[in-house]
Design a protein. Structure first.
Length: 279
């Protein structure tokens, strides 16, 4: 709990109240603890309706804020400082803390944090279950090699802040998430995916189990690359690896945040609870 408090102390007055690191605590070490990792340019408030559902099933739930995100100023430039190393360090610390909150650690995350979940499944032996949701192994519908090349070019060029939706700009929802993203930070997150993609070819899966979740109509990622990573691990450990594809959702990447007008949480949440597993 002291480590939780130290983690929460990183959230100063610049951070939105709803964006601060959250702990849903039963007051004791539970059989399972679930770490929920928010998406790129979002914050822990993304799980404000989902986390209590997980908690109600008997698990302690830890929702850490990732670095440089959750600022009161939606037009902040602080994400320009984001690196793959800083993301991994913060998320790894959250998982370390979770080991003291429950006997078995389960971790779920969306988008760039889906990559973090897959990374932990490939590199840590203390993960009971990983649930990568819409992981960004390749952006848009690009083949992996072209997405990886695009990321390398982005890192060579000057950093640029681009609108997620050039038509809506600041009016885009969720209203507290950043409406822009820096190209260097996006490329940094893709570096994590590159590591997992390479590991899936030659390294074992160390987590006890992993369950991927994708949206068939996701315009932001190439689901075929996720299927490729999943298939490689499934060949080695068929009983430990699964993939579920939502086929009846609208075109949308963020299927978690209830403030996203295209999120169908009535469909998504029950399935994610099933994938995370029983308490």
């Amino acid at each position: 709990m002291q480590r939780v408090q130290a983690f929460q102390a990183c959230d100063d007055d610049r951070i939105l109240p709803q964006a601060r690191t959250a702990l849903f605590d039963h007051g004791r070490k539970t059989e399972h603890v679930v770490v929920l990792l928010h998406g790129f340019t979002n914050h822990p408030g993304q799980y404000r309706e989902f986390a209590p559902l997980v908690f109600a099933r008997g698990a302690n739930v830890f929702v850490p804020r990732m670095p440089e995100q959750g600022d009161r100023d939606r037009m902040t430039r602080r994400m320009a400082d984001l690196t793959a190393e800083s993301l991994l360090a913060r998320a790894s610390e959250a998982v370390d803390i979770a080991c003291g909150l429950g006997e078995r650690v389960r971790v779920a995350g969306i988008s760039s944090s889906g990559l973090l979940c897959a990374y932990f499944a490939a590199h840590r032996t203390d993960i009971d279950r990983a649930v990568p949701i819409s992981p960004v192994f390749a952006i848009l519908k690009l083949p992996y090699w072209l997405s990886a090349l695009t990321a390398q070019i982005m890192l060579l060029l000057p950093d640029m802040f681009l609108w997620w939706d050039p038509r809506l700009r600041e009016a885009q929802h969720p209203a507290t998430a950043y409406p822009q993203f820096p190209t260097h930070a996006l490329a940094q997150t893709l570096r994590i995916g590159d590591d997992v993609y390479a590991d899936s070819k030659r390294e074992p899966l160390w987590a006890r189990s992993i369950a991927f979740a994708t949206n068939k109509n996701d315009p932001a990622v190439n689901n075929r690359v996720t299927e490729e990573v999943c298939a490689r691990w499934k060949c080695r450990r068929p009983d430990a690896v699964s993939l579920f594809e939502f086929i009846n959702l609208p075109a949308n990447h963020d299927i978690i945040d209830p403030d996203n007008p295209r999120a169908r949480t009535d469909i998504v949440y029950p399935k994610l609870l099933e994938l995370i597993g029983p308490p």
